[in-house]
Design a protein around this ligand. Sequence first.
Ligand code: FEO
Length: 425
Amino acid sequence: MIRMPDAVEIAPGTHWIGALDPGLREFDIILKTANGTTYNSYCVRGDNGVAIIDTVKASHAEEFFKRLEQVARYDEITTIVLNHLEPDHSGALPELMRRAPQAKLYISTKGQLMLKALVKDSTLQYNVVETGDSVELGGRTLRFFNTPFLHWPDTQCTLVEQQGILFSGDVFGCHFCDARLFNDRVGDFRFSFEYYYQHIMRPFREYVLNALTLLEPLAPKLIAPAHGPILREAPLSYMQRYRQLAAPLLHNEIGSDNKSLLVFYISSYGNTARMAQAVAEGAESIPAVRVSLYDLQAGGNLPFVDLIEEADGIAFGSPTINGDAVKPVWDLLSSLAVIKVSDKLGAAFGSYGWSGEAINMIEDRLRGLKLRVPVKGVRARLIPTDEELEQCRDLGKQLAQHLTGNIERRVISMSQLLAQEPSHA
Ligand code: FEO
């Protein structure tokens, strides 16, 4: 059984005053939490004031206030910093501000909208801070660093300069509840640290890299995240691991001048497979495009998601069965929420029996994920004709040209235009 600790001093005059939630098994609906989580909050005491860094989920407010009262009086609190406004960190904020009305609240610029949406109080006073701004507590300086999208647009980190403590918010955290609190004392939480990165931070890896550039030079002696263990043993190794996880790899292998196109397909009778082969052939005819072909029937989603994250373009081939694309295609498309795909190009093609809706449906889904779909998909009724296979080659070629930016201008004659006019007969 987990013993609930009192407030815990993490550095002279600085305490953890958060809450433990060992029974939680799912966070934000989508995240598994095998042994719960913590909502970390901190109290920093200076000569002239006391700061509270983040609060906790509303359901755990009582636990938080109990620990806070062990280390500070409400009338001593001069400063409240919210590094992140998500309700697991802002839940106890309204009550804290009611108990410490003299305290000044500091949030990031992007936090304003969220604060107003979460705390329905138009009279609420707050201060907006940017990277480099600071608050003095007397012998303790809180310095702010804007780190957007880790994991909401509002997120920031706060450094206690004199102690080298980085209150990092969600970043470098994980859902792992252990009352021993410190990374050198808790159980093995590596799986949780990696899982948290993969599901929370990975879609924003460019922002992760920007934040690392900002935070690494600070060389914090201790990283105090908003969830999970406090990183006092080798804190910089966690930053290094983030840099490894966020670094693009494939481009390094194929060279930054080359583009990568992945062609996925699934095929009942080999017809969509033949179309996929033709799409790949067409794309390969364009120099500086590396084309890879995968049968979805034989692959798992996870390695394909990893590949897609590194790719510049993706094409999906699916038959139409009962008016829909087939499940392995949807499964992969629905797995892409953990990566950034909005900078990629997409395309669709496939064989069908009598309706052929899959192509439009896949294209719509790709556009919904904010991919650009620059070339109209190709449909073939049952066995593709030579002409339809040529259309597939052309699809691959055009897609590859869009990837490289060398788009061949197509000259359409008046007779072709007239031939495409719908018949009103
Ligand atoms: Fe822990 Fe994004 O909230």
